[in-house]
Design a binder for this molecule. Structure first.
Ligand code: ATP
Ligand code: MG
Ligand code: MG
Ligand code: MG
Length: 475
């Protein structure tokens, strides 16, 4: 059986044998790109090469790229723990052609790797192509031999939640082009429909690999100009292909995650949790979030209230809250950094920096005070035996004390109390209007936010602002 680590090296060596130079992952924090919150795809570090502003000594490259999708246009934060395939932090295996090979070789290489090296049965693989891309369709159908029943033409499908969209754009402007995606059928015992069908959001047919054919440069007016030399950018999630090759249906069942999840259960139980269910969404969330936090801090970000720092804080606190939900009443989250380093330190030695655990420990101490304070306020509000918690109280907890509303709802549920969410939303909206009226300001890193620079706007409001940061993908 392939381990995740062997899959990574098999991919890179295969692409090397096809003339690609192995290039190291860039940091999850993009160096000089204010349009991007975190690195969200392998192509990010080659953006300027595709645009023609930068030249490299190679025309073909391959990477295993550290990615974070927890803000901007690619935000998978809320999916984590609840779908079998989304992480906040994941590794993207990719191969790139800078004006060298194009559709035919991209498709044939991908197929060769999957069917002859990873030995996947062809009948388990489905492909999608952009609706009008007859060229890609014909390569798949006539040259590779994928039958028409398993090739789906997809346009700008905006229906389903994770709807396939086979025209890839770098942003509002820049290189773009049709893409072709490869899906794996996890079998009848998993719910979900094939790509392009109304129930494609399920976990049966999982997208494993996206092949982007960069063909145009889109200008400010939205006009497409053919690139002089068409290029290729591909991305395959390491955790997703690992699930396939390890014959499991969820990313959380692969070797790497199972080891991490065992460490999570142990740490939570040592902190006071009892009989923790090793397969609960909370355990998955914690295992996912500790990886993201470890890598983001390793690349130089500290928890805070703005931009990237805020996103880091949000991920960390979400992880801690899930531990609390499982019964942890003592520090546990920061202690898990070692488990991440154990799993990933060989490939990513930066995870072994002792500074990471210390930063998270301080954040955990701070948040445990927030939790304690929030619980006091909540206890007081519920002392008179009320069965509905006022939206204003929930909002005050959230806004002033950083006590997340979903935690408020959890605690209330345990006591048979409901939360007045309408009142909460109304208070939030009032706050937003106030913030808008206070004016605009520019935050560090050139990100433009609305609101007063002196007033703490509350986590959700900040998250909404953080999401305005343009990611370079259209998703
Ligand atoms: P999905 O539709 O499943 O959300 P996507 O279309 O957003 O995926 P792409 O932007 O095409 O994903 O990224 C290329 C590949 O990276 C995907 O085919 C998948 O294997 C992997 N990938 C994308 N998002 C995630 C994630 N949140 N966690 C793990 N792997 C991911
Ligand atoms: Mg997605
Ligand atoms: Mg997709
Ligand atoms: Mg995709």
């Amino acid at each position: 059986m392939f381990t995740a680590s062997e899959i990574r090296s098999t991919f890179l060596k295969f692409m090397e044998s096809k003339g690609h130079t192995i290039v190291a992952s860039s940091p999850v924090v993009p160096g000089d790109d204010p349009t991007l919150l975190f690195t969200n795809a392998g192509m990010n570090q080659f953006k300027d090469v595709f645009l023609g502003f930068d030249k490299r000594p190679y025309k073909r490259a391959t990477t295993s790229q550290k990615c974070v999708r927890a803000g901007g246009k690619h935000n998978d934060l809320e999916n984590v723990g609840y779908t079998a395939r989304h992480h906040t932090f994941f590794e993207m295996l990719g191969n790139f052609s800078f004006g060298d090979y194009f559709k035919r070789d991209a498709i044939k290489n991908a197929w060769e790797l999957l069917t002859q090296h990873f030995m996947l049965p062809p009948e388990k693989l489905w492909v999608t192509v952009y609706a009008e891309d007859d060229e890609a369709y014909d390569i798949w159908n006539k040259e590779v031999g994928v039958p028409a029943e398993r090739i789906v033409r997809i346009g700008d499908n905006k229906g389903a939640r994770y709807a396939s969209d086979n025209f890839w754009m770098m942003g509002d402007t820049g290189p773009c082009g049709p893409c072709s995606e490869i899906f794996y059928d996890h079998g009848e015992d998993v719910a979900g429909g094939p790509p392009g069908s109304p129930d494609e959001d399920g976990d049966r047919y999982i997208e494993i690999w996206n092949l982007v054919f960069m063909q145009f440069n889109r200008d400010e007016k939205g006009e497409m100009h053919p690139l002089p030399r068409p290029s290729v950018d591909t991305g395959m999630g390491l955790e997703r292909i690992s699930a396939v090759l390890q014959h499991v249906h969820s990313n959380y069942d692969i070797d790497l995650f199972q080891n991490l999840m065992r460490a999570v259960v142990k740490a939570v139980e040592e902190a006071g949790g009892e009989n923790v269910d090793p397969n609960s969404p909370s355990v998955k969330v914690i295992a996912d979030h500790i990886r993201a936090c470890t890598f983001i801090i390793a690349d130089g970000i500290l928890p805070g209230n703005e931009g990237r720092s805020y996103v880091l804080r949000r991920i960390a606190r979400r992880g801690m809250r899930h531990g609390f939900k499982l019964g942890a009443r003592d520090l546990f989250f920061s202690k898990l950094v070692k488990a991440v380093a154990k799993e990933m330190g060989d490939q990513y030695p930066e995870t072994r920096n002792p500074h990471i655990e210390e930063v998270l420990r301080q954040e955990e101490v701070r948040f445990s005070q927030t939790l304690a304070k929030g619980l006091d306020i909540l206890n007081e509000a519920l002392a008179d035996g009320t069965k509905v918690l006022g939206g204003d109280v929930a909002f005050k907890l959230h806004d002033t004390y950083g006590f997340p509303v979903d935690l408020t709802a959890d605690v209330c549920r345990e006591r048979g109390v409901t939360v007045d969410f309408e009142g909460f939303d109304a208070a939030m909206e009032k706050q937003r209007e106030k913030a808008r009226a206070t004016g605009k300001f520019k935050m560090a890193q050139g990100l433009e936010y609305e609101g007063s620079p002196t007033e703490f706007l509350g986590y959700e409001t900040l998250a909404v602002h953080a999401c305005r940061v343009e990611a370079i993908y259209k998703d």
